[in-house]
Design a protein around this ligand. Structure first.
Ligand code: 2AM
Length: 218
């Protein structure tokens, strides 16, 4: 009967510790504040507003999407392809509830999303679902785990799934050898503009985020 079946969650992922969530949120806030004050950013403001002279409050532009986490497998309660297999995978069962340290390497934003890129360790990659990158960008050969991120905010009407897609667009540009326009060295790291409102801050010192591997039912 249904009660003997394992319930498959909305998604699996690493959930950042509450105290670290606050730290990362304030780091992102500081970054947006700095960015908004830069002439280089103001020059490209129309990427965000659609109009040249309009002002934008970046902190309001990106809406909070709740508990900060790095999704591994989006299961949609079992409706997503491969979710049952993932939930039953030995590594998933073994590591469920375990703490892990996520390495955040960059902060990025586009006119749709604000996120932090996560560089997964070999061990963490064992929990990364096969095909996560191929599913998003079928024609490219993107490194396994390159979609890993924490969504920090989305523009109005944008779903968080977009953050990983925006990240993969950036990864593709970098893979194609596009270096972007090195804009400025900030206290947190170096800032690069990739066009079309895509900004990347490479953190001088990668930030280590304590997180728990678990799942969300909603
Ligand atoms: P996110 O990982 O970029 O934040 C619930 O919607 C969570 O699952 C969100 O964290 C969301 O995006 C992620 N998500 C939603 N749809 C997804 C999909 N099709 N593929 C991967 N992740 C998805």
């Amino acid at each position: 009967g249904p009660l003997e079946e394992t319930a498959i969650p909305l998604f699996f992922g690493w959930f950042l510790c509450p105290s670290f969530q606050e730290k990362l949120k304030s780091m992102a806030k500081d970054f947006l504040k700095t960015l908004a004050g830069l002439e280089a950013f103001k020059k490209h403001l129309s990427d965000f507003t659609g109009e040249a002279e309009k002002e934008v409050d970046l902190e309001k532009f990106f809406q909070d999407k709740g508990m900060l986490h790095c999704t591994t497998k989006f299961c949609d309660y079992g409706k997503a392809e491969g979710s049952k297999e993932y939930a039953e995978q030995q590594s998933v069962k073994d590591r469920y509830g375990n703490m892990s340290e996520l390495t955040l390497s960059t902060l990025f934003l586009t006119p749709r999303t604000l996120g932090a890129r996560v560089s997964l360790s070999e061990e963490q990659l064992q929990l990364w679902p096969t095909g996560a990158e191929k599913e998003a960008v079928p024609d490219a050969n993107l490194p396994i785990g390159s979609r890993a991120h924490v969504t920090l905010g989305c523009a109005e009407g944008v779903e968080p799934v977009q953050t990983g897609l925006d990240l993969l667009e950036l990864v593709q540009l970098q893979q194609q050898g596009q270096e972007g326009e090195q804009v400025e060295d900030l206290e947190l790291g170096s800032l690069t503009y990739y066009g079309k409102g895509m900004w990347v801050l490479s953190l001088k010192e990668p930030t280590v985020a304590p997180a728990c591997f678990s799942s969300y039912y909603g």
